[in-house]
Design a protein around this ligand. Sequence first.
Ligand code: SAH
Length: 260
Amino acid sequence: MRFDLITIFPEFFGGPLDHGIIRRAREGGLIHVHVQDLREFTKDRHRTVDDRPFGGGEGMVLKPEPLFEAVESLLGHGVGDASKQNPQDPGTAVLLMSAAGKLFDQETARRLSQLQRILLICGRYEGVDERVAEHLATEEISIGNFVLSGGELPALLVMDAITRLLPGAVGNEASTQNESFSPRQEMLLNTGIRSKVSHESPVTSPMLLDFPHYTRPAEYRGWKVPEVLISGNHAEVAKWRQQKALEKTRRNRGDLLLRE
Ligand code: SAH
């Protein structure tokens, strides 16, 4: 999988790319990450990437030309113009980070993890000329119902969620199948929640958050690890985890259980 991060702040990514799973995935050749300085695609002396908004209003907007030219240069082909838009490669996604985009979730991460190449466009200022969303990006993605000052953190977040789903990225394969937001049918058995999995829309199955984890010491400041986890009874442990996952989902994210 290849990622291209298009940004006006290339140095921003130094730290995050150099730690943990992302670092290992890069070193192991599972992912290749290219950070593209948007300003390389400007032509004026001041390397201008932004301009004032048509129609008036606050702030500045990222201009279309450097973004189109950066993406085209990275893809190695043009995307077309108003008279003719070139077809997209189905193995490649161009994601525009945008507070006004569709909400990113684990299902989206899973779908994107099947691709060969993902370009991520990081907005700044008041945002990005709308023609980028309409004619350059294949998807406009929001990481949540809040506004950040730039698309760099969202791009990293999306890249991280996708990378850890690539086979071999996380030490124990099972850990990405048995975590929050994975449809876990076996955990839903006997909970009274019926699975709504269907062939047309596999995304509609209810999801459970992760169960609580504990490690040593068995007692810390008087707070004890639940007895059952120390019992060695695997069936009881599994039942307890299922129950706790359900309780926690109900308490923190009741909406997940109500999804039709
Ligand atoms: N005026 C815009 C916000 C611009 S914030 C609005 O009201 O929707 C500047 C940039 O930060 C955006 O272009 C986008 O790239 C990024 N950004 C901010 N919040 C985001 C979010 N929730 N998800 C993804 N990207 C976001």
